[in-house]
Ligand binder design. Structure first.
Ligand code: BES
Ligand code: ZN
Ligand code: ZN
Length: 499
């Protein structure tokens, strides 16, 4: 996709269509729309007054226009963005995505967008570009026919009075973030026979080489030496060896407080059968996305390498397949994790916490002072929060508050659930230090979190349960169904505001 930023002459852009954001209840006589209403021969005001366009986010109306003078476009698309007072950078991305998906269906190849977020030109352009890129992601990679063959190849973003440097910067940032989100989504969508733990490591390595991150992978022998008995217990039943993938970003100029290191840790279960505590067959296919946390870390690290924030970040991804087999671990097995704690495995389907235990401990051993782990950890979080909010828990209210606030600015919801001793007590085992499940049917999401907490020592830590938000079952005006790339934008704001 080709991008251009302009600061004036919107209607004269060399494109097939114009798209403009319209607020809820806005009149066609407003200063921003007056000229466009004239160009449309009054059809814009008719559309705005009509019942089918209310200016809500996702609303669209297409108006045919007759090019005159220097104008090339023959279509005008109005895109609802909701109330003006609630319009944020995240709304820009939804509007750009909605326009892109709408216009490409009409066989349009190029359009100019006026997102009307003039208070911050970089954010306006960045979110337009990112929204356009992520809106064109489709699930049809493995189709040999009936592939989506329509695409927008050129987008011109117009921000009134913007500086050329801001336009350029916004395009580069939007491209870095949008492409990285699609990188994560593509990985999350891969079938598990193709995306094995080894393949996940290979792709992370290729990405690292491309963008200039340090890459390392720990094989099972190395992990055994480090005493990672918890992680390794999960891969026992699989023919695919586990991999612990480590990505390191070191800034050329470090403005972080001395010794500060942020770690992003991801659950990368390339397929979760449940192991010996086998899942029911129905819906098991969905468990290919159980590596979404890991894919999110890899995509976020990619974007970090391109955006070059002045703080160091380490990414740790535990890539493991959970299969039932003669060698698989059994409910009642006891294993020892790398921090010395013993774990009674009472359900082999609660495997995400088992691999995160050693991954989180490893991140802290590498010097992490702040740890954010992300995982499709529990079905319970889907029951509690649906596909709207990611569950967030942790040991440091400041870190949690920061993530929730950045989420709000990114258009990503996070909802905090409580932790505490009363919950932690519930994973005490009769025969070992802890067990990997709590009481049946009670606070499942929190039980996952308090388990991981046992492997965090002094670091500030937040846990994101993305089981409900990493995958969307329905198509949206700005987004295909399938993997969402959730949390990447929020984490990038966290990283970029860390100095
Ligand atoms: N990967 C699943 C969690 C999950 C379930 C994600 C459904 C998305 C949709 C996880 O490994 C798991 O199986 N968790 C169990 C834990 C239970 C055995 C304590 C669960 O949530 O049922
Ligand atoms: Zn499981
Ligand atoms: Zn799982």
């Amino acid at each position: 996709m080709n991008f251009q930023g302009i600061s004036s002459n919107f209607s004269e852009a060399d494109v097939e269509a114009l798209a403009v954001a319209v607020f809820k209840g806005e009149k066609a006589s407003s200063s921003a729309l007056k000229e466009l209403d004239k160009i449309s021969g009054g059809h814009l005001s008719v559309a705005i007054k009509s019942e089918e366009f209310k200016g809500e986010s996702g609303d669209t109306a297409l108006i045919r226009i007759t090019p005159k003078g220097k104008m090339k476009a023959s279509r005008l698309l109005i895109v609802g963005v909701g109330e003006k007072k609630d319009y944020k950078a995240a709304g820009v991305s939804i509007a750009a995505g909605t326009a892109t998906r709408y216009l490409r269906k009409c066989n349009v190849k190029s359009f100019a967008l006026m997102p009307r977020y003039d208070s911050n030109a970089v954010e306006a352009v960045q979110n337009s570009v990112q929204g356009a890129i992520t809106s064109q992601f489709e699930l049809d990679k493995y189709k040999t026919k009936d592939k989506n063959n329509k695409s927008i190849s050129k987008l011109v973003v117009c921000v009134d009075g913007a500086k050329p440097g801001d336009l350029k910067n916004g395009i580069a940032r939007g491209r870095a973030i949008g492409d990285s989100m699609n990188f994560t989504r593509d990985m999350a969508n891969e079938p598990p026979n193709i995306l094995t733990p080894a393949e996940m490591a290979k792709r992370a390595q290729a990405m690292a080489t491309e963008v200039g991150l340090k890459f390392e992978v720990l094989d099972e022998a190395r992990m055994k030496k480090l005493g990672m008995g918890s992680l390794l217990s999960v891969s026992l039943g699989s023919d695919q060896p586990a991999k612990l993938i480590v990505l390191r970003y070191t800034p050329s100029k470090n403005t972080a407080k001395k010794g500060d290191l942020l770690a992003l840790v991801g659950k990368g279960i390339t397929f979760d059968t449940g192991g010996i505590s086998l899942k029911p067959g129905e819906g098991m296919d969905a468990m290919k996305y159980d590596m979404s946390g890991g894919a999110t870390v890899i995509g976020t690290m990619r974007a970090i390498a391109l955006l070059k924030p002045p703080v160091p970040v380490i990414g740790v991804i535990a890539a493991v397949e959970n299969m039932p087999d003669g060698k698989a671990s059994r409910p009642s097995d006891v294993v020892t994790a790398s921090n010395g704690k013993t774990i009674e495995i009472l359900n082999t389907d609660a495997e995400g916490r088992l691999i995160l235990a050693d991954a989180v401990a490893y991140a802290e051993k590498q010097g992490a002072t702040r740890i954010v782990d992300m995982a499709t950890l529990t079905g319970a979080v889907i029951i509690a929060l649906g596909d709207v909010n990611t569950g967030i828990m942790g040991n440091d209210q400041g870190l949690i508050d920061e993530i929730v606030a950045h989420g709000r600015d990114s258009g990503e919801g996070f909802w905090q659930l409580p932790l505490g001793m009363e919950y932690s007590k519930q994973i005490r085992s009769d025969i070992a230090d802890i067990k990997n499940i709590g009481p049946r049917g009670k606070a499942g999401t929190i039980m996952g979190a308090v388990f991981i907490q046992e492997f965090v020592d002094n670091a500030k830590w937040a846990h994101l349960d993305i089981a409900g938000t990493a995958w969307c079952d329905t198509v949206r005006p700005h987004q295909a169904k399938g993997p969402t790339g959730v949390a990447i934008r929020t984490l990038l704001r966290l990283v970029e505001n860390s100095h």
